[in-house]
Ligand binder design. Structure first.
Ligand SMILES: NC(=O)C1=CN([C@@H]2O[C@H](COP(=O)(O)OP(=O)(O)OC[C@H]3O[C@@H](n4cnc5c(N)ncnc54)[C@H](O)[C@@H]3O)[C@@H](O)[C@H]2O)C=CC1
Ligand SMILES: CC/C=C\C[C@H](O)[C@H](O)/C=C/C=C/C=C\C=C\C(=O)C/C=C\CCC(=O)O
Length: 310
């Protein structure tokens, strides 16, 4: 298990909400935390609260806009200076917005570019190949990064979060870990009661609540986050769903792609008079038929081998 005692951690968007929850749990494990956010007053209030609980030498707040790579570099350097170290051990890319109020460009800038700014810098600074000491990066995505579901605030949020999941899987490889000593992890919570929901109407909240079977509380996400941070393998993506233990989501996209491509290959031999493969609407029912047929054959083969064996 990854021991956080004495480690240095930077968390973006941590003046309140989930970022604050993560910070508190990390502090409880003996680490030093640099809180960062664009909300100055709230950030300073959280800093004060944590200084009281954990000591002034272990908590620091810096204003930082994640869309600006220079800002991220500046707070990285200031955090090192404040904690009197030459490195940071953990970066949590947590800052995010829903996007309706901000518009799609700013939403992607904060939710995606912000993560890329943080990861690019952290990989450069932490990389053992560059003389760094390795480290851990946790990217906070969402269940909406894992599948597409209608939510009230538009497509930009889902787009940004699925890009974060894909990016984290791309860079979170065993090679990156072996070469640079960096673990890259992704957390995908379901809807959680935090200030991000303040922009939703009662009707929108009720609809979302129905869809996800109730909202998570920040402490359940906090527990899952700690499990991921302390034990997650690089490239892993953890989902958090109400009343469930946290669980990992494998990348099944390739498997499904191969399955459907195999079906498409088989369909080449079916006469055009039976179906027109260029017509997607007709194509998919046929694909489903083939999938079911393959499943039946597979079950029969499995059953037949059992008869032979026993
Ligand atoms: N609450 C929820 O239902 C879920 C939230 N998430 C994700 O968790 C993360 C944290 O969100 P919450 O704590 O729920 O919301 P929140 O609104 O309480 O926290 C987000 C923080 O990010 C900060 N922020 C916004 N733009 C920023 C920028 N340009 N630079 C730096 N900081 C910025 C905000 O000031 C805020 O403090 C977000 O990435 C969100 O998308 C994921 C799944 C579910
Ligand atoms: C833009 C939304 C803003 C903030 C909320 C959070 O950031 C979070 O990321 C948003 C999640 C929104 C989810 C909305 C709908 C989800 C639908 C489903 O998950 C449907 C899937 C399964 C339902 C299962 C069931 O009905 O039992």
């Amino acid at each position: 298990m990854f021991n956080l005692s004495g480690k240095t951690v930077l968390i973006t968007g941590s003046a309140g909400g989930l970022g604050k929850e993560f910070a508190q749990r990390i502090l409880q494990q003996g680490a030093k935390v640099c809180l960062t956010d664009i909300k100055t007053e709230l950030g300073q209030a959280t800093e004060k609260e944590f200084v009281k609980a954990f000591g002034a030498d272990r908590v620091h707040f810096e204003v930082c806009n994640v869309t600006n790579a220079d800002d991220v570099l500046k707070v990285w350097q200031n955090a090192c200076q404040k904690f009197e170290v030459d490195h940071l051990d953990v970066l949590v890319n947590n800052a995010g917005v829903m996007g309706e109020k901000e518009g799609w460009k700013l939403c992607l800038d904060i939710n995606l570019r912000g993560v890329l700014n943080g990861c690019t810098l952290a990989m450069e600074k932490m990389s053992r190949a560059n003389g760094g000491r390795g480290g851990v990066i946790v990217n906070v995505a969402s269940i909406l990064g894992l599948f597409n579901a209608q939510q009230p605030k538009g497509w930009a949020y889902n787009t940004s979060k699925s890009a974060v999941v894909t990016y984290s899987r791309c860079v979170g490889t065993a090679e990156t870990e072996a070469q640079d000593g960096i673990r890259i992890l992704t957390l995908c919570p379901s809807v959680t009661q935090t200030p991000i929901l303040d922009g939703c109407t009662q009707a929108e909240l009720a609809e979302m609540k129905k869809n996800v079977g109730g909202f998570l509380q920040a402490d359940q996400v906090g527990k899952a986050f700690m499990t991921l941070l302390q034990t997650g393998q690089t490239g892993s993506v953890m989902s958090v769903w109400k009343d469930c233990p946290p669980y990992y989501i494998p990348d099944t996209g390739m498997g499904l792609f191969i399955l459907y491509t195999t079906c498409a290959m088989v369909m080449r031999f079916v006469p055009k008079s039976v179906f027109d493969p260029t017509n997607g609407l007709k194509f998919f029912p046929h694909m489903t038929f083939i999938l079911v047929a393959m499943l039946v054959v597979w079950i029969l083969v499995a059953k037949f081998s059992m008869w032979l064996l026993f």
